[in-house]
Design a protein around this ligand. Structure first.
Ligand code: MF3
Ligand code: CO
Length: 255
């Protein structure tokens, strides 16, 4: 969406604050022995207690086999995106866990994700997390009113090279604000100065997905979870931002 009124921005800020607060709460709970279903329960309660509605629950994008059945996406190790929480999925020592959450407040939608390691991780996992966080930060820093849609992806490419990790080219950022996925699509690869010009007030979810192997993904039998084709581990960080004349306002400040 494009923010037009004070009411728009105020509602988005509240939506993003609820989302950030809940994400920070559940990231603390990621430990060996916890199930992804437990994290989902706490996330849903956290959102509702703060006056929001889980934006992913029952969301059905075009082409999806059935609506998304949870508030939270929990993607572990070789999973890349949209992992459905389950009581059978127990987090183990050293797992890379990415938590992706959406909040709707008064109809204003924000989308954000954060990754961490359960317990002690290995050096590769730590490198992947550092790369993912940095990729998100530089992509966000590249955007402002008048920037081109590919400016963000051009920056993600530089960071992926620096850390020797791969970019999942089939997944990317997107407009957000009135529904979970809006136009435009923001690729995680690109050429600076190319793509459409982004206007002031535009609300975007910026979300690089990086892996320790190759960037190809496959859709699992559950029809939602994307995993790496080569079994390599992946991580995901995401923020909702609003473009301003000088840069952007981060609506979902992370840790
Ligand atoms: N951040 C994820 C994305 O943009 C959110 C997916 S919501 C789901 O794809 F409901 F589709 F899982
Ligand atoms: Co998103």
């Amino acid at each position: 969406m494009i923010v037009k009124t004070q009411e728009d921005i105020e509602n988005l800020r509240i939506s993003g604050k609820i989302l950030s607060d809940v994400l920070k709460e559940i990231i603390q709970l990621v430990k060996p022995g916890v199930t992804s279903a437990e994290l989902d329960l706490v996330a849903e309660k956290g959102i509702r207690d703060r006056g929001g509605v889980p934006a992913f629950l029952n969301y059905k994008p075009k082409g999806a086999a059935f609506p998304y059945p949870a508030a939270l996406c929990v993607t572990i190790n070789d999973e890349v995106a949209h992992g459905i929480p389950s009581e059978d999925r127990v987090i183990k020592e050293g797992d890379i866990v990415s938590l992706d959450l959406g909040v709707s407040y008064n109809g204003y939608v924000t989308d954000s994700a954060l990754a961490c390691i359960a317990g002690e991780g290995d050096e590769d996992s730590k490198r992947l997390l550092e790369a993912s966080r940095e990729a998100l930060n530089v992509a966000v820093a590249a955007l402002k009113a008048g920037a081109h849609a590919e400016d963000a992806g051009a920056e993600v490419e530089i960071i992926a090279k620096k850390y020797n990790v791969a970019i999942v080219e089939d997944l990317g950022g997107h407009g957000v604000g009135q529904s979970v996925h809006e136009k435009p699509y923001i690729s995680n690869v690109g050429t600076k100065g190319k793509g459409e010009i982004l206007p002031a007030g535009m609300v975007l979810a910026i979300e690089p997905h990086l892996t320790l192997g190759k960037g190809d993904i496959v859709l699992e039998d559950d029809q939602w979870t994307y995993s790496t084709a080569d079994g390599s581990r992946a991580a995901h960080f995401e923020q909702t931002i609003m473009l301003t004349e000088n840069g952007c306002e981060i609506l979902t400040p992370l840790l």
